[in-house]
Design a protein around this ligand. Structure first.
Ligand code: AP5
Length: 215
């Protein structure tokens, strides 16, 4: 059982690498962004509260996120290990996670920071799209489907782009990262459990570096 946190700004490659870790290690990928987008799509109360905040590039309030993650981590499928992608994102979230893990006797094995340059993240995110059927992720320049307009994984010809992936919103998301999330890098390095990888390397190289850490 391995429990991992992936940290890094919007576009750093957390989702891309978490999906690979899920396949390689057979552990559960938990993305708070994906969970919130599912809530928005379902029209739930949480989705209604989160929608406008996500569209403006801000962070959803800690109490809502902490409750959502607390419920998710206690699900049976997480007992074999998990990768947290997009959580924690503030110091109160990191402290709440510590409490949740201590209460459940769960040990955090790796906190991995993916380091990148902000300006490159604009290009990465504004070029991103995904298969509407299976969710496989692509990029206009860096990772297009092998056959133009056809998903490599499921053959679907339908693709979607995220509502918060326009340039202005990405800049707001990067600001929120530096203001509210970057401080938790020192929270984890002070505890002695932080590793870093160069997220500007190509996707396969980043995966190799992460695998060296996770073993
Ligand atoms: P979330 O969905 O978590 O978005 P994010 O953190 O902004 O991260 P992204 O998904 O944009 O980037 P990523 O690092 O996963 O990169 P990816 O692998 O896709 O959150 C969305 C919103 O939800 C937030 O703004 C907030 O409102 C809310 N929210 C979520 N969690 C919250 C929390 N805990 N508290 C409060 N609010 C919360 O890669 C990007 C692109 O680059 C892809 O096209 C990929 O193919 C490409 N790529 C990846 N790696 C490389 C590489 N090495 N080289 C070249 N291209 C690459």
């Amino acid at each position: 059982m391995t429990n991992i946190i992936l940290l890094g700004p919007p576009g750093a490659g957390k989702g891309t690498q978490a999906a690979r870790l899920q396949d390689n290690l057979g552990i559960v990928h938990i993305s708070t962004g994906d969970m919130l987008r599912a809530e928005v799509a379902s029209g739930s109360d949480l989705g209604e509260q989160a929608k406008g905040i996500m569209e403006s590039g801000g962070l959803v309030p800690d109490d809502l996120i902490i409750a959502m993650i607390s419920k998710r981590i206690s699900c049976e499928d997480c007992s074999g290990g998990f990768i947290l992608d997009g959580f924690p994102r503030t110091t109160p979230q990191a402290e709440a996670l510590d409490e949740m893990l201590a209460d459940s006797g769960i040990v955090l094995d790796h906190v991995i920071e993916i380091r990148v340059d902000d300006e490159a993240m604009i290009q990465r995110i504004t070029g991103r799209f995904a298969c509407a059927e299976c969710g496989a992720g692509y990029h206009d320049d860096f990772h297009p489907p092998k056959e133009d307009g056809v998903c490599d994984k499921c053959g679907s010809e339908k693709f979607v782009r995220r509502a918060d992936d326009d340039e202005d919103t990405v800049r707001s998301r990067l600001q929120a990262y530096h203001r509210q999330t970057a401080p938790i890098i020192s929270y984890y390095s002070d505890k002695g459990g932080l590793s870093s990888v160069d997220g500007m390397a190509d996707i396969d190289e980043v995966t190799r570096e992460i695998c060296k850490i996770t073993g």
